[in-house]
Design a protein around this ligand. Structure first.
Ligand code: 13P
Ligand code: SF4
Length: 327
């Protein structure tokens, strides 16, 4: 891939609404180095919507929610993919494009959902509920995906469940996403007690407080939040669906009930909208910094691999998910 090498000074307009010029000046050396390294290594940076603005708008090539990153990973032609996100996202990119080198800037970038469940847990659920299909959230290890029939993301969970045409599913490991999807589809859902440590902390009282403090605010909540929180919101959707909602409706004032960097990134795109910023930080996502991304490209670490037998079975579950959107 040939990209024009833009300097930090040239990139500044992309972040100027959310990154003060004095801060950008301290980042310029890393931004310029990352640009040069991407060219030398023939690398692209895939970044999740929860990256900080200097990563999201400054150095990334492809950005999006978990579904978009998985889709985009399939067609990357560059030799190297730096996944500015968390471990399960890097594994998914590797599964979908196995001949590329996939780098995760910090191997400690986990996820409370992925850590809540093991392949043995999935086998036990199957034993307890024979014949019930297993729908696994992408926020899981490849080994857990390998035990599953199909994957889903927050952006396509309803479509995936409806595509199965069954009255009951095992939907793991996010108890709240499962409960929210059950309400939307009417399908009975057996789940697992996992939760996102960022979204489980929001409460209905938080939303009521936001409405009291910011009259007229439009509240968008992520479906990893508890159902009682979604009941207080105007709209529920994945991070990309939140961006699409804001772009289409252009509300005057918005609260995004999700991870902190979302509002910063969307505010850069819509400087005239007033973003109320109640948020919780994801410590795993925040392990990605310009410094760790630069280090990843300098040292070609940390390479994420998946054992071939696991990869083959996990890819089937992810491919089935991607096929749902293509029908
Ligand atoms: P989406 O971007 O797919 O909505 O996922 C949110 C999330 O928590 C990813 O870790
Ligand atoms: Fe996992 Fe939640 Fe962090 Fe996403 S925001 S990586 S679901 S802990």
């Amino acid at each position: 891939m040939t990209t024009t090498l833009m300097t930090a000074a040239e990139l500044y307009p992309r972040v100027r609404h959310v990154v003060p010029a004095v801060e950008w000046a301290t980042m310029a050396d890393d931004v310029d180095a990352i640009g040069r390294l991407k060219r030398e290594r023939n690398a692209v940076i895939l970044a999740h919507n929860y990256m900080t603005p200097e990563i999201f708008h400054g150095v990334s090539d492809i950005v999006g929610d978990s579904l978009a990153l998985a889709r985009e990973a399939t067609s990357v032609e560059a030799d190297v993919i730096v996944l500015a996100g968390v471990h399960f996202m890097a594994e998914t990119a590797k599964l979908l494009n196995p001949t590329r080198t996939v780098l995760l800037p910090d191997l400690r970038s986990g996820c409370s959902l992925a850590e809540s469940i093991t392949p043995a847990d999935v086998r036990e659920l199957r034993r307890l509920h024979p014949g019930v299909p297993v729908v696994t959230y992408v926020n899981t290890s490849a080994a857990v995906k390998a035990e599953s029939d199909i994957c889903c993301t927050s952006g396509n969970a309803v479509a995936v469940i409806e595509s199965l045409g069954v009255p009951e599913v095992i939907m793991i490991p996010d108890q709240f996403l499962a409960a929210n999807v059950a309400r939307q589809t009417g399908v009975r859902v057996i789940t697992h007690p996992g939760a996102c440590e960022v979204h489980e902390r929001f409460t209905p009282a938080d939303i009521r407080q936001i409405r009291d403090d910011h009259p007229g605010v439009t509240v968008l909540a992520h479906p990893e939040c508890p159902p009682a929180v979604l009941d207080e919101a105007d709209y529920a959707g994945s991070t990309a669906q939140m961006v699409a909602f804001v772009a289409a409706r252009q509300p005057e004032r918005v609260a995004l009930i999700t991870e902190c960097s979302m509002s910063d990134n969307v505010a850069q795109q819509f400087p005239d909208i007033d973003f109320v910023r109640p948020c919780n930080l994801c410590p795993h996502m925040k392990r990605n910094t310009l410094g760790t991304i630069r280090h990843a490209l300098e040292t070609m670490t940390h390479q994420v691999t998946v054992q071939p037998d696991v990869a083959e079975r996990a890819r089937l579950a992810v491919d089935r998910m991607l096929a749902v959107g293509n029908k």
